[in-house]
Write a protein that binds this ligand. Sequence first.
Ligand code: FAD
Ligand code: SF4
Length: 277
Amino acid sequence: MQLERPSSPADAVAALTGGGLALAGGTELVPLLREGLVESDRLVDVSAVIPRGVDGRTIGAGTTLAELEADAQIPAALREACRLAASPQLRNMGTIGGNLLQATRCWYWRLQFPCYLHGGDRCHAKSGQQREHAFFGNERCASAHPSDPAAALLALGARIRTDRRELGLAELYRLPTDDDRATTTLEPGELILELDLPEAESSVYLKAMDRKRWAFALVGVAAARVGGETRIALAGAAPVPWLLDSVEALDAATPLPGTAYKVEIARALIPRAVASL
Ligand SMILES: Cc1cc2nc3c(=O)[nH]c(=O)nc-3n(C[C@H](O)[C@H](O)[C@H](O)COP(=O)(O)OP(=O)(O)OC[C@H]3O[C@@H](n4cnc5c(N)ncnc54)[C@H](O)[C@@H]3O)c2cc1C
Ligand code: SF4
């Protein structure tokens, strides 16, 4: 396996378009390579070419979760979502760009069951173990998006700048379909460079988890008031970060028998989050 260290974003994109995989902190990519869930003989270390750090409301995609959690310029919801993610060691290595692109934690997918997301014709979680799975958007794949920061950024109305376009955070994600099982809209070789946040009046992130530290969200609730409007987004609820109009929108949830309890968690957390705005 080759490790390339490009010296400009353009060189990185060229190496990625030629079949390389972007390596930032490596906390997600290295385990996926080790497990054979992704394959490549070429890694492209992008850490020297993507921006890192916070400048007002602009965040470099190479900024670590540990840096975001401690930066007073960052809105409370994002700081808290970073603080409650993973472990200190992982937050010290893991970047915000890599966090947004992490793969599902669904164990059927991780154990390489030939499930829908792997290109098969059925979701094994729907007839199997599903306690940590989705209660929205789960018609085909019932995985629950694991990123806490993605929910916070969605509620905050963040925008993303890549090497070739600008998009809202919601447009980074898609539900898998029969002809395309991808859960992001990133093109081959496309690099996330920066995130832009609008001015938020207030924001909050609440996370229900099995342990108080180092656990993925059973349900994460981000709420933000931006331009007088309240926005709510969920982690651990759907195969992608999920935007909700209000707590009443939970009535349209489509829980599996094993995830109905998550709807009740969300029903309890959303009013708490909105009240604390
Ligand atoms: C044990 C464990 C527990 C965790 N718990 C949580 C949790 O509770 N909450 C949570 O939100 N997250 C959690 N995570 C996820 C963790 O936060 C991510 O692994 C980390 O943020 C990924 O960042 P990275 O820089 O290491 O990404 P990498 O591993 O370097 O990359 C991840 C993916 O993103 C791509 N990539 C990276 N940067 C870019 C870029 N700039 N442009 C385009 N593509 C890019 C890579 O090619 C790869 O596909 C956990 C991870 C582990 C291993
Ligand atoms: S939830 Fe998605 S990733 Fe998990 S088994 Fe079903 S199709 Fe596969």
